[in-house]
Design a protein around this ligand. Structure first.
Ligand SMILES: *Cc1c(COP(=O)(O)O)cnc(C)c1O
Length: 349
């Protein structure tokens, strides 16, 4: 094993949320949709289950998908890059922009994967704390960064920097900005228009795993200018998305009415859940995503609650961020699932 790159040997590797098998578990730990994907997704996958489709390679650039996405978003299809999940897009971005020993920057607390991407790239990584009210970090932008990440809405907080804040950040930033919009369908506005400007380099990343209820399929994409997409496509594996994933993603994006329907239901549940968890004495940040971040004062630790819920078959995510403390991130489930969660929490607190 002597020839393993030292940066790889030194890293621990990303640890995703638990994926227990079995349907008795109420799974509120990784922000999957509690509802199934659009019925048209099943039809699209069926239609591609032929010997001829499976025998041949998929369309390497995903043109059909890019055309539907471009129409939905009002952008040029040549500015869209397809990915095997948005995590694949994030990897493509680090490989496109970050040189050896380069500098990657993220706000914290936020998505933990960004650090792993820096470690794989053999880049330096700097975390900059959000302000106490989850507005932009005071010490942003970091000079000489090669790539800056902002999850917007952010995880675990569910908070979002509004367009005014993004504009302000872009005015000072000299690195490309990745706006990770994994949860943006649960929020009132998005940052796509920033990705189209020639004044800045902004790459919006999207996933089908959360609002579109397709985490099992693995599909994500980037929205940016065609000149940036052109460079990213050189780095991308030629066939990073398979024929079934492309068919499913295209059908899912094409059914915006279904998306609005399930997102509307999840937002209603989120608001009810926020209110109820607050009444149990938690501090809950107002969320614009499909989860809520629930905290308690240090003398009332939340880790035992996580354990007790787990013992009852309810899985939430316990998260602890050095310097900013811990909390429970609870995904929005069906109303029945959330009623069960609230019933157990009432017994426990
Ligand atoms: C879930 C998530 C992703 C990853 O999405 P995939 O498409 O499933 O890889 C990216 N960014 C954030 C902030 C997420 O929460």
């Amino acid at each position: 094993m002597a020839s393993v790159r030292p940066n790889v040997r030194a890293m621990t590797g990303y640890v995703p949320g638990e994926q227990p098998r079995g349907d008795q578990i109420i799974k509120l730990n990784t922000n999957e949709s509690p509802y199934p994907p659009s019925p048209s997704v099943f039809a699209a996958i069926q239609a591609h289950l032929t010997g001829d489709r499976l025998r041949k390679y998929p369309d390497p650039t995903g043109r059909a998908f890019r055309e539907v996405a471009a129409r939905v978003l009002g952008v040029d299809p040549d500015g869209i890059v397809i990915g095997n999940g948005s995590d694949d897009i994030l990897t493509i971005l680090t490989r496109t922009f970050v040189p050896d020993q380069g500098l990657m920057v993220s706000a914290t607390p936020s998505y933990i994967l960004y650090r792993n991407l820096a470690e794989i790239q053999n880049a330096r990584f700097q975390l900059v704390p959000f302000a106490d009210d989850w507005t932009l970090p005071q010490s942003w932008p970091v000079p000489k960064a090669d790539l800056t990440f902002l999850a917007n809405p952010n995880s675990p907080s569910g908070t979002r920097i509004d367009s005014h804040g993004i504009q302000q950040l872009l005015g000072q930033l000299d690195s490309p900005l990745v706006l990770d919009e994994a949860y943006v369908d649960f929020a009132p506005e998005n940052g796509v228009r920033f990705s189209q400007s020639s004044d800045h380099s902004v790459i919006v990343t999207r996933t089908l795993s959360k609002s579109y209820a397709l985490a099992g399929i693995r599909f994500g994409y980037a929205v940016t200018r065609p000149d940036i997409a052109y460079e990213m496509n050189k780095v991308r594996d030629s066939y990073n998305c398979d024929v079934l994933a492309l068919a499913a993603a295209t059908a899912a994006l094409d059914d915006q009415a279904y998306l609005r329907d399930i997102v509307g239901k999840m937002i209603a549940t989120r608001e009810r859940m926020t209110q109820a968890v607050r009444e149990l004495g938690f501090t809950v940040t107002p969320s614009q995503a499909n989860f809520i971040w629930c905290r308690r004062p240090p003398e009332q630790p939340v880790k035992p609650l996580y354990e007790a819920l787990k013992a009852k078959g309810i899985l939430v995510r316990y998260m602890n961020y050095p310097g900013s403390g811990d909390g429970l991130r609870m995904s929005v489930g069906t109303d029945t699932e959330i009623d069960r969660l609230l019933e157990e929490l009432r017994r426990l607190v």
